[in-house]
Design a protein around this ligand. Sequence first.
Ligand SMILES: [Ca+2]
Ligand SMILES: [Ca+2]
Ligand SMILES: [Ca+2]
Ligand SMILES: [Ca+2]
Length: 268
Amino acid sequence: MEINRKVLISLFIIGILALGIGWGTHSLFTDTETSSGNTFTAATLDLKVDGNDDPNVVYITLSNMKPGDDTGYYKWILKNVGSIPGKISVTFSVIVNDENGINEPEQAAESQPYASSEGELGQYLKPGIHPDEIPEELKQYVIIIQRNDEEGWWIGELTAEVDIGGTIGWGSKGSSTPSKLYSIWQAGPPHPWGVPGLNGLGGKTYGTLGYLSGDILNPGQEVAFFFRVKLDSDLQRWDGTKWLDVDDNIIQSDSVTFSITFRLEQIP
Ligand SMILES: [Ca+2]
Ligand SMILES: [Ca+2]
Ligand SMILES: [Ca+2]
Ligand SMILES: [Ca+2]
């Protein structure tokens, strides 16, 4: 008797629940459409350097250089092969100088007060050119946008495909010279306002100097980065006001090693 009562109560409850569910089902209009074939794909941010995916880092060792040598332009084509725009930049690693031994002609130069213990090539490799040293016939193609004589640099625009000397810069894929360039002309031991020569680029990051608006590289877009250093035919150092002679033997057997990292960054 007790069991039957419980069963009846249970059935009653189930009945009410069923009724409730039934009401719910029948009292609301429902309409379901199935949208199929939807895919959500994450955007891609992918930089290729000279057509290669990896690494976006290039390593350079300069050795066996002599006064008057010029590396010519190094040129890398950077392409955004992703699906969203990115901000492009280039970073120089620390510049590692190596003495590579001191031979007999170098010995006397190394006793000069301006010698350093780690090799001097990076101090005298000039990534740029002084505005006054731009060849006269080419000056008409150069627009100087910014210039700082104390720190020894200028930023300029080239209106024609002309080679004015050592630079770091940006330009079009097909051009052999940059259109926008940053030029540092100082050479020698560190100054109160910074480190001259190639050493001065160590650890620095550069955008496109205004060549690309906001440094933005759009999907499918390509840009060329240029870099070049040279050794003057007569090594000199800058003491802040004037050039002083340097014994050219000071860079004998010296080498310099560094890397350049290209980076494409998502725009927030
Ligand atoms: Ca040496
Ligand atoms: Ca030395
Ligand atoms: Ca040396
Ligand atoms: Ca000299």
